[in-house]
Design a protein around this ligand. Structure first.
Ligand code: ATP
Length: 509
């Protein structure tokens, strides 16, 4: 794996995976653009997730719901009231920080002093943050007394009381910006699934248990976006809401934990690099019965959440349904007089209407891509003493599957064969095949190692039965063959052109 975030950031920029958003105007914090290779890698990750969670199961449906949603959706989901992070301002320079990030960034002795001021256990960081949140006035004094420094200026700050800051992006809908004509950019894809629950059930005749999967953008106005694509304001999520009969939820929760871990493994992110955090009851969101956070060991950052797998009980459908009082809901929900739909489904045994429980595996595409890149990143010292960087991506994730390289880019006999091979391999439907004539062969190999291309196919003079143009004779046995170079073993093999497609298909299966 990569040894630092720096290393990954630099590779991503150099080779065209990821760029800063709006860069030519100085950049916009928390927004990133995926370049020619980034878009391929991202699409491949999403396709692998969709294949595994929708196509390879018989109890799932897909969905693509809209990004801008009715404000009532986000009111009844609880986001208007509670989707906020506590923030503090430094009165000296008007900089604003997320409270937990600010404290985490301090030296250990400063954190210990904050903890002491708040009467919290310094070894239990969440408890320190919870104590600060619980008493804002005391928190402001504690941050000052402990000498908490401003990460921007490096000086001890004059800190305000922590205040909740709602992270949703609000936007005007229609030509008149009056009080009611606004909506929200969804902060998670999940709400589109809950609001379409009835549509999906009615149009597919699904019965419990079954799930709905969705991949899409979500938006969070993070106070302190940072750590490259780990914490961004425009993110992409891959979410499943799995609906089951109350009482069977705990079994399904374990099922999904297992499934998700094996999916990560298949993407080259082994279990040994993921810690399962069984979120302690006192840290659970109010609607969650139990949550497993999968924590991946990111370079430089250490263990941070890559996916959350939550048992959300009947909270979500219960919050969005009409006639709540008739439904024996387990979760505590706010009253809803706005919904026009009853979000129940017949119990598979009794046929009585029931509000199902929900298991939600929710993963971030950007955090997935960062983990996949980090695991694949390898620095090797070759036999000749030179060093190479190689991305050992699983072939199904590689942005470019095969690079077809004509040894001489100005010789029509060679380029026409190379172009024909490119077209044939492209037709296999494996993903992108690149016609590569941008430089000398050594440079091309180095570039394709760095971007994880599993195979490079070279068309040379021997392919045509020509002697290399320097009076060399050609081995007739090499006629109509190409050199195939393997990214991982560096072995070079001559393969007949007529057998190449089958050979590649077999290897990339
Ligand atoms: P965190 O505690 O790191 O802010 P969260 O608990 O708010 O994350 P969830 O609401 O559980 O995250 O979102 C589900 C998934 O979406 C996360 O596991 C993560 O992969 C992804 N995600 C959430 N927020 C961001 C973000 N700002 N940037 C990138 N990915 C994110």
């Amino acid at each position: 794996p990569a040894s630092s975030m720096e290393e990954l950031v630099s590779l991503c920029k150099r080779r065209g995976f990821i760029f800063q958003g709006s860069e030519i105007y100085g950049g916009l914090q928390g927004f990133y653009d995926y370049g020619p290779l980034g878009v391929e890698l991202k699409n491949n990750i999403k396709a692998a997730w969709w294949r595994s969670n929708v196509y390879e199961r018989d109890d799932m449906e897909g969905l693509d719901s809209s990004i801008i949603m009715h404000r009532m959706v986000l009111r009844h989901s609880g986001h208007e009231a509670t989707f906020s992070d506590p923030m503090v301002d430094n009165k000296k320079n008007n900089k604003r920080y997320r409270l937990d990030h600010l404290v985490k960034d301090q030296k250990a002795d400063v954190v210990a002093r904050v903890a002491a001021e708040m009467g919290a256990d310094p070894a239990n960081f969440p408890a320190v943050v919870a104590a600060l949140n619980a008493s804002p006035a005391q928190a402001s004094e504690a941050l000052k007394a402990a000498g908490v420094r401003d990460p921007f200026s490096g000086e001890v700050g004059d800190w305000t009381e922590p205040k909740p800051f709602n992270m949703m992006f609000k936007t005007t809908i229609g030509p008149v910006a009056d009080e009611d004509s606004y909506g929200y950019l969804r902060p998670e894809t999940a709400q589109g699934i809950f609001t379409n629950f009835k549509n999906v059930v009615d149009s597919t005749s699904r019965r419990l248990p079954f799930g709905i999967a969705q991949i899409g953008k979500a938006f969070r106005n993070e106070i302190t976006p940072r750590n490259f694509i780990f914490r961004v304001r425009e993110l992409e999520q891959m979410e499943i809401e799995f609906f089951c009969v109350p009482g069977t939820d705990e079994g399904w929760h374990e099922h999904w934990l297992e499934k998700r871990l094996s999916w990560w493994e298949a993407q080259g992110v082994p279990r040994s690099r993921i810690e399962i955090l069984d979120v302690p009851p006192e840290d659970l969101a109010h609607y969650s019965k139990r949550t497993y956070d999968l924590m991946y060991d990111y370079p430089t950052l250490g263990f941070e959440e890559i996916e959350g797998i939550a048992n959300r009980s009947d909270y979500d459908l219960g919050s969005h349904t009409k006639s709540q009082s008739e439904l024996n809901l387990v979760a505590t929900v706010a009253e809803n007089n706005d919904s026009i739909a009853k979000l129940t489904i017949p119990h598979p045994e009794t046929n009585k209407p029931v509000v199902p429980f929900v298991i939600e595996p929710s993963a971030g595409v950007d955090r997935a891509l960062l983990a996949v890149l980090s695991e694949a990143f390898t620095k090797e010292t070759l036999d000749n003493g030179s060093e190479r960087i190689v991305l050992k991506l699983r072939p199904h994730l590689a942005p470019i599957k095969v690079a077809v390289i004509p040894l001489a880019r100005n010789r029509e006999e060679i380029t026409s064969v190379a172009r024909a091979i490119k077209a044939e391999l492209q037709g296999l439907g494996l993903g992108r095949v690149l016609y590569e004539d941008s430089g000398n062969i050594g440079k091309a190999y180095r570039r394709h190692d760095e971007v994880g291309t599993p195979y490079c196919v070279t068309v040379d003079f021997d392919t045509l039965g020509l002697g290399g143009g320097e009076g060399k004779t050609s081995d007739p046995a090499l006629r109509d063959t190409v050199t195939v170079r393997d990214r991982d073993t560096l072995s070079q093999e001559r393969v007949k052109i007529s057998e190449l497609a089958g050979w590649i298909r077999e290897k990339l299966r």
